[in-house]
Write a protein that binds this ligand. Structure first.
Ligand code: SAM
Ligand code: SF4
Length: 322
């Protein structure tokens, strides 16, 4: 009898030649905030616990992705820190794959208690959402009055020596008058403030006129600051700049007016275990169902590769999406 051939664990390269080595794992669809641009005030109907991947299932899928060449894993959500055991998961991933860089994207509401353990868990970097430095406005945008806790959280991750990025979704008439204040926020702080264009997702009240684009952001900031480009990597999502005399740096995520699909290296796993090859494409295979039906690691890898083969070269221009 012939032995089955060994599965070919070559890297994840899609049909457009892009190597995918960055996995974003959504730990939960739940969140303790209700940001205007992301969730309705009344929340959404949360998925049943049984539908969500267990931490052990996430560990197993992470192992498969790492064998397929993933080198960077980001935990996100919903809000990842509301998932019980998220710290155990980070520790387990770090222990199983010490050379893999791990990252977290969070609303920062509970960071003060987590900053030191996160550093000990080997976290390479953290992105913290902060759309306003004004308490009343922050409360209007997130529908939670917790600005001081988030700012304390940011200070504590910087103090713990974790590479910290502050994500600001810029919206005209909402917070576009705070761009300069955010830049000042990183004058003496070792962090990057990232200005993000408002992106269209199902049901998030997006309209083209609600986008404050890169050109407008630069027009506002160039009047007061001398931004010097930092040369990055082709897969970087942000255009990055330094300012002489500033400890922190500035980034712009221009998904709407100047997308960066050609260098995309990201693949996503939803909280209920589906593959998503792009934020703007429907989810694909349920790896959860495959796993629960007894699939082997190589069968799971085959499904991931097949999904990646369907990835588009890029989303159409968003400027006039309705
Ligand atoms: N709850 C975490 C947080 O807020 O950081 C992680 C999940 S959240 C969906 C990830 C990032 O996406 C946040 O920085 C958030 O500001 C950003 N985001 C959410 N909806 C967006 C939209 N419509 N356009 C641009 N960025 C968005
Ligand atoms: Fe969405 Fe993150 Fe805001 Fe929660 S904190 S509503 S997941 S953007």
């Amino acid at each position: 009898m012939h032995a089955l051939p060994e599965y070919d664990w070559r890297p994840l390269i899609d049909s457009h030649g892009r190597r995918h080595d960055y996995l974003r794992i959504s730990l939960t669809d739940r969140c303790n905030f209700r940001c205007l641009y992301c969730m309705p005030a009344e929340g959404v109907e949360w998925r049943d616990r049984a539908e969500i991947l267990s931490l052990e299932e996430i560990e197993r899928l992470a192992k498969v992705f790492v064998r397929l060449g993933v080198r960077k894993i980001r935990l996100t959500g919903g809000e990842p820190t509301v998932r019980r055991g998220f710290m155990d998961l980070l520790l387990a991933l770090h222990k199983a794959h010490p050379s893999i860089k791990s990252f977290l994207t969070t609303n920062g509401s509970s960071l003060r208690e987590f900053a030191e353990p996160l550093r000990e868990a080997g976290l390479s970097g953290i992105n913290i959402s902060l759309d306003s430095l004004r308490r009343d406005r922050f409360a209007e945008i997130t529908r939670r009055d917790v600005l001081p806790q988030v700012v304390e959280g940011i200070k504590s991750t910087i103090a713990a020596g974790i590479s910290t990025k502050i994500n600001v979704v810029v919206m005209p008439g909402v917070n576009d008058d705070e761009l300069g204040d955010f830049v000042e926020f990183v004058r003496d702080r070792d962090a990057q403030v990232r200005f993000i264009e408002f992106m269209p997702f199902a049901g998030n009240l997006w309209k083209p006129e609600r986008v404050f684009g890169y050109a407008d952001m630069r027009r506002v900031l160039d009047a007061d600051f001398n931004l010097q480009p930092i040369i990055g990597h082709p897969s970087d999502v942000a255009k990055e700049f330094s300012i002489s005399g500033f400890k922190g740096t500035i980034g712009f995520v221009t998904s709407v007016t100047d997308s960066f699909c050609s260098g995309c290296n990201r693949i996503r796993l939803t909280a209920d275990g589906h593959v998503k090859t792009c934020l703007f494409l429907p989810q694909r295979t349920s790896l959860r169902d495959l796993m629960r039906a007894g699939a082997s690691d190589s069968e799971i890898a085959t499904a991931i590769r097949a999904d990646l083969d369907t990835k588009w070269a890029g989303h159409p221009p968003m400027d006039n999406w309705k």
